[in-house]
Design a protein around this ligand. Structure first.
Ligand code: HEM
Length: 233
């Protein structure tokens, strides 16, 4: 694939991945957000859903590219998609901190403008005990934080110079944690919905298919290796 084609596809992917964020910005800058019964709840769910969607697209790259050598170029876009999954996970976490938990951003910014940057910390101190209490009490928050921490580790180690420093094999092993993050994301979803609510079922099915594709690939690769060893013996 030519360099020009890669640049065009990357530009399109950036635009597609930023579209949900642009939608959120539109809601914030217009009065459209007031059309929702619970705007904060809507934003939390929207960013949570997009984190999962982008995690799945990232995970789907590997099995799809293995279908044909002609699709091998897809690997060039996996890192970009993974970083967008982290971007939405961070927006989701920020929604929880700044909107859900009651961080008074207006007061904090007014303080900042008036030359009192300490107001940022004061507001933080006010919500911190509530957030810690929430995290200790609600297991879906714990598993969500676990998933986000894994994605943070993957995002931080994503640059090429870190890949080189770590060595390809170690880097690959670490980056398989994306599967653990996706599983934790699904557990988070099941634990937050009420009993009898099956809304996480579709996402669970998608992740199961992606995990099965991975297992099938490993099994086929191993059996091919065994056959080759037996033939050469
Ligand atoms: C990779 C990490 C995460 C993923 C994939 C994720 C995904 C999701 C999903 C899919 C939903 C439900 C969306 C819907 O109902 O349509 C959700 C809701 C929510 N998440 Fe997360 N989440 C993650 C991390 C976190 C973290 C770190 C926090 C907070 C510390 C958090 C707090 C919440 C809250 C408060 C809700 C709404 C709960 C409610 O409706 O009562 N999530 N998340």
């Amino acid at each position: 694939m030519s360099r020009r084609a890669i640049i065009i596809i990357k530009t399109l992917l950036h635009l597609l991945c930023l579209a949900p964020f642009a939608w959120l910005l539109h809601l914030f800058t217009s009065s459209a957000l007031s059309n929702y019964a619970d705007p904060i709840n809507y934003i939390t769910h929207f960013t949570g859903d997009w984190t999962l969607n982008l995690l799945f697209v990232t995970l789907a790259i590997t099995p799809i590219r293995r279908l044909s050598p002609a699709l091998a170029f897809l690997i060039r876009f996996r890192r970009l998609l993974g970083l967008y999954a982290f971007f939405y996970a961070t927006l989701h976490l920020s929604t929880y901190i700044f909107l859900f938990s009651g961080y008074d951003i207006t007061t904090a910014l007014a303080g900042l403008r008036a030359g009192h940057p300490s107001e940022l910390v004061t507001q933080w101190k006010l919500i911190w005990p509530r957030m810690v209490g929430d995290a200790l009490k609600r297991r879906f928050i714990q598993v969500g934080l676990f998933a986000w921490t894994l994605l943070l580790a993957l995002a931080v180690t994503s640059p090429t110079f870190i890949l080189r420093a770590m060595g390809g094999k170690n880097w690959q092993r670490l980056h398989r944690l994306i599967y653990v993050a996706a599983i934790a994301g699904i557990i988070h979803f099941w634990w937050l919905v009420k009993k009898g609510d099956y809304s996480p079922a579709f996402d669970t099915l998608v992740l199961t298919i992606l995990l099965l594709a991975r297992v099938a690939y490993v099994v086929i690769k191993r059996s091919k290796k065994t056959t080759a060893t037996l033939k050469s013996a």
